[in-house]
Every structure is written in structure tokens, then in C-alpha cells.
Design a protein around this ligand. Structure first.
Ligand code: UT7
Length: 324
């Protein structure tokens, strides 16, 4: 028994924030942002539009693509670091909105790796008897972005992507998942305030500790190394060569990180899904949005061999190989 992706969907908010808009907010330039990150624009949730709202839209589209009803779902996993509330889980709000009356629901916190981590959880549950698991990566990064900090505010965007993971006894399915972590590097990307170590207070607000802080340059170097390492070990575990992969779908953090990884792996750009220019870094939503676009553009077809590669706060890094 394998777990396959039976349907995929995504949703991004309507509002587009361009680099020109950011030039009016902080000391930056369109040229700097494009050259250093590859980002041209990103989507920003409307006031009052929360993580579950994006997740529900993406989830509905994935269910339609799979030809299933919400009542068919056994479980909903929402990978996010920007849930509607600290409590309860955003997945429960999604479960109610979708009318998934038979589904268990919980969130998974693994930052930008959240979707791949959640996919591996779904894979394990399918192998032990569940039929349909809805895996969603949904983020409203704009809510934890410090719009006065040019080091981070140019990088992130909002969006959601979802996959229905279903039992399948054919050739297609998730061939393997690989998950890693190194908490020693937790301070490279962090929201320092608002949790149990430093609960919300005036001090948190005054020092802007409720927003994401990142040591970009150090993170960049670890990201390149980690994505290369996990891609190589994933290929080796499946007795595959780089040439066997039809499409590499990486976390869309920075075009320069991805170009460095492509070069190290000798992976031609035609075999890499890139949309960082239009959405920026949408954390856990990044890979499922890219997967959905790749399917809709015909770059992933039935039988395609797809490799995922993610990297983010924790630190965490993760990969998967899927026969589509
Ligand atoms: O989601 C997964 C985790 N995140 C990532 O993988 C992100 C990893 N890091 C990166 O993408 C890059 O490190 C950044 C895009 C964040 C920064 O690029 P960089 O080439 O590493 O630049 P830097 O941090 O070394 O900064 C270079 C200069 C600095 O000025 P000085 O000190 O050299 O005078 C920054 O102050 O660029 C300056 N800078 C900016 N200038 C204009 C930083 N942000 C901006 C900005 N506009 N928005």
C-alpha cells in the first residue's frame, strides 16, 4: 500500500505587494530585492483574512481535484507557523469550515518544512490504515513580519497549498520522505516573543519581539548545504540519479539559494519549479503552491518523478520523492 497525492490545490490572497510598494515603506530598491532574492512581488492577506481562511480555499480545491467530499477525510493536518490563534489548532477551524465531520485535525509546526513533514505523517497514517488525509500548508507571514525591518519584510508572502493524500495500490505514490532537524541553530530564524518563554507584554511589543528575526546570511549558507545533502541522500535511498528526476520542487526562499543547489547537484533549471518571483517565501505553503502550479502548467504529469526539498526555521530540512 502506498500513499499518493490524489488531488492538489492552492489559494493566494488577491492583494499584490510589489517591490515598488516596498520602496515606499523601507530603505530598499526593486533592484536589490530582485538581485539578492529573485522576488518581484508577493501576496498579502486582506485585513481579517486569517490562516484558516486561506487553508479552507486551498483545501476545497484539492478535494475537488481529488473528486472527494470533505466527509471522506480521515484527518486534516495544517502545517503553519501563523495559525489563527495560539489555541486551538487551525486544522480544527478548517475541519469545521469544510464540514469534514469524520476527520481528526491537528497542526504541525516545522516552519518552511511543515508541508513535507506533514506529508510524511500522512504517508505513515495511510500505510497504517487511513484512506484520505488532507495536508495543508497555510501561512499569513504578513502577520509576523516587521514592516519596518528591510532585512526580512521584503522576503515573505501569504498563501496556502493543499494535497489530498490517499491510499493507492498502484505504482504511483510517495516513495520516501526524509526529515532532519538541528535545534542548536534555532536562533537563526525565530519569533522571540509571544510564546511561553517571553509571553505577550508591553516589552514584547516595544521591542518588536512578536516579529520574525532572521540571520539571513548564515541561514543562506546552511540552506544550500542542507538542501544539497538531503537531495543526495534521498536519491541514494531510492537508487536514483539526478537525471531520473523529472521535476525538483524546492521551498521558494531565495533564487540564489536554489541556483547554488542546482549547480551543486548539476540539475538543469528546466527541471526546477520556480515561482519565488511571484510569491516570495510563503513558508509551509511554498511547496504545495509550487506543486499545484506545476501540475496546472503540465510540468507534472501522471508518472512524473518529483523530488521535494525544504529548509527552514528550527532548523529543519526535509525531502520527499513522489511517483505522481
Ligand atoms: O525560509 C527559509 C529560511 N530563509 C532563508 O533561506 C533566507 C536565507 N537568506 C537570504 O535569503 C539572504 O541572506 C537575504 C536575502 C536575507 C540577504 O541577502 P545577503 O546577500 O545574504 O545580504 P546580507 O544579509 O549579507 O546583507 C548585505 C547588505 C547589508 O548591508 P551592509 O551591511 O553590507 O551595508 C544589508 O544591510 O544588504 C543590506 N540589506 C538591504 N539593502 C537593501 C539587507 N536587506 C536589504 C534590503 N534592501 N531589503
Amino acid at each position: 500500500m502506498k500513499a499518493c497525492i490524489a488531488g492538489i490545490g492552492s489559494y493566494v490572497p488577491a492583494r499584490v505587494l510589489t517591490n515598488a510598494d516596498l520602496e515606499r515603506m523601507v530603505a530598499t530598491s526593486d533592484e536589490w530585492i530582485r538581485e539578492r532574492t529573485g522576488i518581484r512581488e508577493r501576496r498579502i492577506a486582506a485585513t481579517g483574512e486569517a490562516c484558516s481562511d486561506l487553508a479552507v480555499q486551498a483545501g476545497k480545491r484539492a478535494l475537488t481535484a481529488a473528486g472527494l467530499a470533505a466527509t471522506d477525510l480521515d484527518m486534516i493536518l495544517v502545517a503553519t507557523c501563523t495559525g489563527d490563534y495560539p489555541l486551538p489548532a487551525t486544522a480544527c477551524l478548517v475541519q469545521y469550515q469544510l464540514g469534514a465531520t469524520k476527520a481528526a485535525a491537528c497542526d504541525l509546526s516545522a516552519a518552511c518544512c511543515g508541508f513535507v513533514y506533514a506529508l510524511s505523517v500522512a504517508d505513515a497514517y495511510i500505510k497504517t490504515g487511513m484512506r484520505h488525509v488532507l495536508v495543508i500548508g497555510s501561512e499569513v507571514m504578513s502577520a509576523i513580519t516587521d514592516w519596518t525591518d528591510r532585512n526580512t519584510c521584503v522576503l515573505f508572502g501569504d498563501g496556502a497549498g493543499a494535497a489530498v493524500v490517499s491510499a493507492s495500490d498502484g505504482e504511483r505514490g510517495i516513495l520516501s520522505t526524509h526529515l532532519r532537524s538541528d535545534g542548536a541553530l534555532c536562533e537563526l530564524i525565530m519569533v522571540p516573543g509571544g510564546g511561553s518563554r517571553t509571553p505577550p507584554s508591553e516589552k514584547v511589543i516595544d521591542e518588536r519581539l512578536q516579529y520574525i528575526k532572521m540571520k539571513g546570511n548564515e541561514t543562506f549558507k546552511v540552506a544550500v548545504r542542507s538542501l544539497e545533502e538531503i537531495a543526495r541522500s534521498t536519491l541514494a535511498a531510492n537508487h536514483l540519479r539526478v537525471e531520473d528526476i523529472d521535476l525538483y520542487v524546492p521551498h521558494q526562499a531565495n533564487i540564489r539559494i536554489l541556483k547554488a543547489v542546482m549547480e551543486r547537484l548539476s540539475l538543469p533549471i528546466e527541471k526546477v519549479m520556480l515561482n519565488v518571483d511571484r510569491y516570495g517565501n510563503t513558508s509551509a505553503a511554498s511547496i504545495p503552491i509550487a506543486l499545484d502550479e506545476a501540475v496546472r502548467e503540465g510540468r507534472i504529469k501522471d508518472g512524473s518523478l518529483v523530488m521535494l526539498g525544504a529548509f527552514g526555521a528550527g532548523l529543519t530540512w526535509a525531502s520527499a520523492v513522489i511517483r505522481w
